[in-house]
Ligand binder design. Structure first.
Ligand SMILES: NC(=O)c1ccc[n+]([C@@H]2O[C@H](COP(=O)([O-])OP(=O)(O)OC[C@H]3O[C@@H](n4cnc5c(N)ncnc54)[C@H](OP(=O)(O)O)[C@@H]3O)[C@@H](O)[C@H]2O)c1
Length: 254
């Protein structure tokens, strides 16, 4: 029996990067994956679309449903979740992975950019979580996984390099994780946060960082294995935890 057999999982930001890797990993474990992001047409500087990820899953024998979704737009989020429920009848797992950074200090951060970074990384997770909760409550189980960053914990250079808007948004996402975990535990829903310990080589990171500075980057493999582990949780298991992939590996023998 595969670990996520017959589970329905929404992965936001699954058109590329870590989200795509998690979507592929979930599908290989038997989940039906909703590939949710905005890109329907390939962009030169940021490759990947929802259809491409869904095709990759199907070519590997998995099941996927691509649905366009902008996580900053409540109607778009609700429409995506309603379509998923109409087609598949249930939602077991939500991965709030969609994210954007802005690699500049506050003095060089326009208001609209500040707002966008908070809306994608934090408000998007709130909107997607809210949209799936009533179905998960009805099912009396569910797992929500928020993809955060060590930028939320840094107080010096690292925070400045990824931009303070991003660090603040991810700190909010950490806080949302354990607050929501305690709110929805009584409905048997787990909420956890997963952060990479090391920089993951993704299309988004390549966009921002010059080739000569891409040292010690790693593949998303450990993130995928942790996401599969967290996707299997409900409130009787691991919940309310904010930790890195390395920590989940060490604590749970992954
Ligand atoms: N890579 C790392 O080292 C690293 C480190 C720490 C944390 N993280 C976190 O891990 C997550 C994934 O990062 P990544 O490196 O894989 O990034 P990426 O390659 O830039 O991919 C980001 C994804 O987010 C989606 N997205 C952006 N805005 C969206 C919106 N408004 N609505 C829906 N989807 C949206 C993008 O899809 P569309 O453009 O198609 O919408 C894309 O699929 C992010 O939350 C990031 O903060 C990454």
């Amino acid at each position: 029996m595969k670990k996520l057999q017959n589970k329905v999982a929404i992965v936001t930001g699954a058109s590329r990067g870590i989200g795509r890797a998690i979507a592929l990993g979930f599908a290989q474990e038997g989940a039906y994956v909703i590939v949710a992001a905005r890109s329907e047409v390939e962009k030169k500087e940021l490759p990947g679309t929802i259809y491409k990820t869904a095709d990759e899953i199907q070519n590997l024998g998995g099941r996927a449903l691509p649905i366009r979704c902008d996580v900053t737009d409540e109607a778009s989020v609700n429409g995506m979740v309603q379509k998923a429920i109409a087609e598949l009848g249930r939602i077991d797992i939500l991965v709030n992975n969609a994210g954007v950074a802005f690699y500049y200090p506050v003095l060089e951060t326009p208001f609209l950019r500040w707002e966008l970074v908070l809306r994608v990384n934090l408000t998007g997770a709130f909107l997607c979580s809210k949209a799936v909760l009533s179905k998960m409550i009805e099912q009396k189980s569910g797992s929500i996984i928020n993809i955060s960053s060590l930028a939320a914990n840094e107080r010096d250079g690292a925070t400045i390099s990824t931009g303070l808007a991003y660090a603040v948004a991810k700190a909010g996402l950490d806080r949302l994780t354990y607050g929501l975990a305690s709110e929805v535990g009584k409905f048997n829903i787990a909420v956890n946060c997963l952060k990479p310990k090391h920089v993951i080589d993704t299309e988004g990171m390549r966009f921002w960082v010059k080739e000569e500075e891409r040292k010690d980057w790693v593949s998303p493999e450990k993130m995928v294995r942790c996401a599969i582990f967290l996707a299997q949780q409900d409130a009787s298991g691991v919940t309310g935890v904010v930790a890195t992939d390395e920590e989940y590996f060490a604590w749970h023998g992954l």
